[in-house]
Design a protein around this ligand. Structure first.
Ligand code: B16
Ligand code: MG
Length: 215
């Protein structure tokens, strides 16, 4: 039975992907090539440096030093932070705040498991920080998804066994991480894409506490 719900952030609680897209596109354009929304899909759940490496590959840019790559990643992040600093609580995805609250009311623990180093800023802007018993993000994890580290750390902080945890994820790598960690996984998106998930819904608005007992 489910004693904890661990939520990915981007794509599950909030759609920050639109801001990532704008910032990466601006960087690509400065470097002299374009970057499509379709390519942006492939960056979901992928860490900042891994995303940069993919984008440089698409632009056929090779031979940059680590220092040069760090400078590009920082440039993108500064634009991204400018945008997320304007976010309001109205940007929480439909049903997300309500479902997290319902979990808490049912004595189910709640955590965030995100690849983003900007997680604290985003949760504060959305006024969601107090709704989570634990927050694990890109600042506290060594090995990115599909490694289960981010979710296992969450379970540990909550003192709940992985088998009693369910992860909510929109990225294939995130679903894989949950399953490798021995957890249940609910996909947010399309069943065709998130094949490894135990169930797939289009968003947290479709979730109820009762649904958790069928996992
Ligand atoms: P940052 P998630 C991920 O968030 C995003 O989906 C991904 O596009 C982004 O590159 C990654 O966070 C790192 O974000 O640059 O803010 O550290 O889906 O794991 O919540
Ligand atoms: Mg995500």
């Amino acid at each position: 039975n489910i004693k904890a719900c661990i939520f990915d952030l981007d794509g599950v609680i909030v759609n920050t992907a639109v801001y990532h897209y704008k910032a990466w596109k601006r960087l690509a354009n400065e470097l002299g090539f374009d970057f499509t929304e379709h390519q942006n899909e492939q960056l979901k759940g992928v860490s900042r440096m891994a995303s940069l490496n993919l984008i440089l590959g698409w632009g056929n840019i090779t031979g940059l030093s680590e220092a040069q790559k760090n400078e590009l990643a920082d440039r993108k992040n500064n634009w991204y932070v400018e945008m997320i600093n304007q976010m309001t609580p109205a940007e929480v995805l439909p049903g997300a705040r309500e479902f997290v609250r319902a979990c808490r009311d049912a004595s189910i623990k709640t955590a965030i498991g995100s690849a983003s180093k900007n997680t604290p800023t985003i949760l504060n802007r959305l006024q969601l920080t107090p709704l989570f018993d634990a927050i694990v993000d890109g600042n506290s994890v060594n090995t990115p998804k599909p490694d289960p580290e981010v979710f296992l750390k969450g379970a540990e902080l909550l003192s709940i066994a992985p088998a009693n945890c369910v992860v909510f994820e929109d990225a294939i790598a995130g679903i894989e991480a949950a399953k490798r960690g021995g957890m249940k996984a609910v996909g947010i998106g399309l069943a065709d894409t998130l094949k490894q998930a135990d169930m797939v819904v289009s968003g947290l608005a479709q979730m109820t506490i009762d649904t958790l007992s069928h996992l």
